[in-house]
Write a protein that binds this ligand. Structure first.
Ligand SMILES: *Cc1c(COP(=O)(O)O)cnc(C)c1O
Length: 496
């Protein structure tokens, strides 16, 4: 196999594999994450200007896929972004005050996870086809609320696949939970766990590398894959909207082609921000990525100190999709910035596993500071930011995006940077209606009541997927212990 377009592990212990295998495998065999084993190509911004979203998506994706898959990739991008799942303008960019807000939440579940999870099932099925795979794939997904629903929608009734979603039974918003437990489809299952997102993600990663799981999978003609952003197939589609939002500002003559901008990214598992970093490596003129967090501010500490220290309290906040202490995709960033030094990444990750901490060396830390800034917002600051933005511009932020607004304001005060900032809006405000309603009205209301009152107050349209959510039948009630996730998976495989 030529080096071209193969994938290796961030921890250096996996032989190079091709694109299709990387998608199907989801995670590297050594517990690391799969990364491109080739120099990233440079895209010509000028040539991209003429493309609509599906064309732009296939142009970007084709950089990562061998020629024999290009026609299938074009079809997949059309199916995901050119049909009825998104509006014609797939990612609208709005101006609010002196900020640009890119709405990544116009898809089937009203959160940014749709940007990748509408395409991932197509990447899976085309990979099954190219590899002439006869076995069925069982997708495992851990979710902090939004990945679960988006993955369920993406994979429901897709031939040759089934999907199990694990969510923290106490750690997602009421709306997120209702969206998941009422999911339709014959091949889906939703399971609550008595732990947090990190517990779910760790258990799912364990299941992939568990010898007895591998054994029963083989016997039952099943293989496991991941719909989390540990799968490279989640990451690649997210590169596209960085180019798209930049180019739409050029088209609107807000900036000139090749001008530098900043992006602000509300971050948790760090998949979104990492996709931006890859876009920059492919030629997008980004000065800084400003990462925002909630009270779980482990990323802020990392970007200001070079130390990743997970020995800290875990908080449940009003921005639950970012309640995370193990930010998986940071491993990929460290790999890129260490000059692709898998042995070094392996040492850091061993330290993280054994001691809950690692510290990158000075050369890597210097580079993180060159590309990233970071900050966080407390729950009160989140509500304040929503209120400020609404009062000043009439734009309604959700709680996650509000962390970004808060952090941008501080960043601008503290730095000399006055470049245009594109804030990535990661969810509709109607997904977290109690908090958003409280922020703009100072009143309390239960979730469905809050949706209605928020609408009465603001006249901002409720996304179709959230209408009549309370009328739907509940299909999934099971809650299991976090220790039993691996056994649960094994049992499900044996029932196949
Ligand atoms: C998943 C999610 C995030 C965090 O994105 P990462 O790619 O995990 O960093 C932020 N906001 C919302 C609403 C999300 O669903």
């Amino acid at each position: 196999m030529s080096k071209a377009l193969t994938y290796v592990s961030t921890r250096n212990k996996q032989e190079p594999i091709d694109f299709y295998t990387a998608i199907l495998q989801g995670i590297a065999n050594d517990g690391g994450l799969l990364v491109p084993n080739f120099d990233l190509p440079q895209l010509s911004l000028k040539e991209l200007m003429a493309l609509d979203y599906p064309e732009l998506a296939s142009t970007v994706l084709k950089c990562f896929v061998p020629k024999d898959g290009h026609v299938l990739i074009e079809e997949a991008c059309q199916a995901a972004y050119g049909g009825s799942l998104f509006p014609k303008e797939v990612v609208p960019v709005k101006k609010a005050g002196d900020l640009y807000i890119a709405e990544l939440f116009q898809g089937p579940t009203a959160a940014f996870k749709d940007m990748a999870l509408t395409l991932l099932p197509h990447l899976m099925t085309l990979s099954l086809k190219v590899k002439k795979e006869k076995r069925d794939v069982m997708i495992l997904a851990a979710t902090s609320g939004d990945t679960g629903k988006a993955a369920l929608e993406g994979f429901k009734d897709v031939q040759g696949t089934s999907i199990k979603v694990f969510y923290p039974s106490d750690g997602v918003s009421a709306i997120q939970k209702q969206q998941m437990i009422t999911q339709e489809g014959k091949n889906v299952e939703v399971i609550g766990i008595d732990g947090n997102f990190d517990d779910a993600q760790t258990a799912v990663k364990q299941a992939f590398n568990d010898a007895s799981v591998k054994e029963v999978s083989q016997a039952h003609q099943i293989f496991l894959s991941s719909a989390n952003s540990i799968n490279i197939g989640r990451l690649l589609p997210q590169i596209v909207y960085y180019f798209y939002t930049y180019l739409s500002l050029v088209k609107k003559q807000e900036i000139k082609l090749h001008d530098e901008v900043d992006f602000c990214i509300p971050s948790g598992n760090f998949g979104n921000a990492l996709a931006g970093f890859i876009a920059k490596k492919m030629g997008l003129p980004v000065h800084k990525f400003i990462c925002s967090s909630n009270k779980n501010n482990i990323l802020t500490d990392f970007f200001t100190s070079g130390r990743y220290d997970a020995n800290r309290e875990f908080y449940k906040t009003n921005a639950p999709a970012m309640d995370i202490l193990i930010s998986s995709n940071l491993e990929r960033l460290v790999w890129f910035l260490s000059d692709q030094n898998g042995d070094m990444v392996n040492r850091y990750m061993t330290n993280l596993k054994e001691n809950g901490i690692y510290e990158v060396d000075a050369a890597i830390f210097d580079q993180t500071k060159e590309h990233f800034a970071a900050g966080f917002a407390s729950e009160t600051e989140v509500l304040q930011a929503i209120n400020d933005m609404y009062e000043q511009t009439g734009y309604l932020l959700d709680t996650h995006t509000a962390t970004g607004y808060h952090v941008i304001k501080n960043y601008r005060q503290e730095s000399a940077d006055s470049l245009p900032v594109i804030l990535l809006a990661t969810a509709s405000p109607y997904k977290f209606p109690e908090a958003v309603y409280k922020a703009v009205s100072q009143n309390e209301a239960d979730e469905y009541d809050a949706i209605k009152k928020l609408h009465d107050l603001t006249q901002i349209e409720i996304p179709a997927p959230l209408i009549d959510l309370d009328q739907r039948d509940i299909r999934f009630k099971e809650v299991i212990k976090k220790e039993s996730i691996v056994d649960f998976v094994k049992e499900k495989i044996m029932q196949k």
